[in-house]
Design a protein around this ligand. Sequence first.
Ligand code: GLN
Length: 370
Amino acid sequence: MICKRGYKGYIYLEDGTLIEGCGFGAKGIRAGEVVFTTSMNGYPESLTDPSYRGQILVITHPLVGNYGIPKPIVENGILRNFESERIQVEGLVVAEETDPYKWNSQMSLHDWLKSEGVPGVSDVDTRMLVKKVRNKGVMMGVISSGIELDDPKKYLEKKYDEIDFTQFTSPKSPIIHQGSGKGIIVLVDCGIKHGILYQLNSRGYTVVRVPCNFTANQIMDYSPQGVVFGNGPGNPKLLQGLIKTYKDIVEYKVPIMGICLGHQITSLALGGNVRKMKYGHRAINKPVIDVTDNKCYITTHNHGYGVFKEDVPKDMKVWFYNPDDGVVEGMIHNKLPIITTQFHPEARPGPWDVTWVFDKFKKVIESGRP
Ligand SMILES: NC(=O)CC[C@H](N)C(=O)O
C-alpha cells in the first residue's frame, strides 16, 4: 500500500482482528473503546466533544477532511465552532482523509491531528469494521499511526467502562460566562460541549460551570435559578459522587435539566437504572418521538449507555424515545421541575430542530413546574 503521508497505520480489536491502513495525523499508539458515528459532517465538533474521551472514533462517511478545520471563533469565552478547546478522541479511523478545499479552512485534518498529538488511520474498510462492531458490540482496540504494532494486547489492560474520564475533562475550578439577563444557571461540567453553554448563555443566563465533583452546597451557594447536569464521558455508574450531589440538589426543588450524561445521572439518582448498549447511538440524524404530541424529530446523539423503558424512575415519565430501538431519549418528572434529554438539543454537529428544549427549560424555571 502506498500511503499519502508516507507511513502505515493499524487498528487492532480485542477480538484479535488486525487491520492495516495508512497512518495520518500524529505518529503514536493509543488504546480506546472503538465506536462509530454515521454523521456525514461536523468532524471538528465531534472530535472535540469531551464525551468521546477514551474512545477511538470510526467515521462511516467515506471522505473526511474535505472542508478542513476552521479558525476557532470565541465569543464570551464560548467556542462557536468547536465543542471544547482540544481534540478529545484517542484516535480517528476513516476510509479516506482528504486535503481541504474551503475558504475558511485554516488547516487540514491531518495537520490538526498532528498538532494535537492524536493518531489517525485512513485507507481502512470502515464498512467491514463497523459491521464487526455492530455484530459483536463495542470493543476495546488499539490504534497505531506510523509505528509497527508488535504486541497490541499489552495496550489493552484497562477497560473503558472502568475508567473515570471526567478527571481529564472536568475543569478544576468554576468558570463564569456572564449573561445579559439576571438569572444564573449552574452547569455541572463533567466535560461539557460549548454548544450547551451557547444555548444557555444566549437565553440571557449567566452560566457558572462548576467541576463535576462540586457538592450541592457549593452549587447552591450561587443561588442558581436552574441547575444543568451536562454531557460527559464514560460510565455514569462510576460517578457516585455526582449521583449523591444530584440527590442533594433535588431536595432544594430547584429546576434541573439533564443532558445526555445528565439524563443518565437523573435516572440513577432517582432510583432508575442505566445500561450499556450494544454499540450505542452516534449520529446527527437519529429519530426521537415526543410522546406528548407524537411528533418525530431528527436529533444528534452520542451515547453508549442508555435508559431503557423499564429503567425509568417511578416518579418520571418517558418524554422522548427512539422508534428504532425503544431507548428512552428524554424524561419528565411527574411533580418536580426536572426535564432530561438523552439526545443533544444543542446539536453541534447536527440539526437545530430541538433547541426549543432549552426554551422549555426556561419555562420550567419561570413556572417552577415540569
Ligand atoms: N454524550 C454523553 O454525555 C455521553 C454519556 C455517556 N458517557 C455515554 O456514553 O452514554
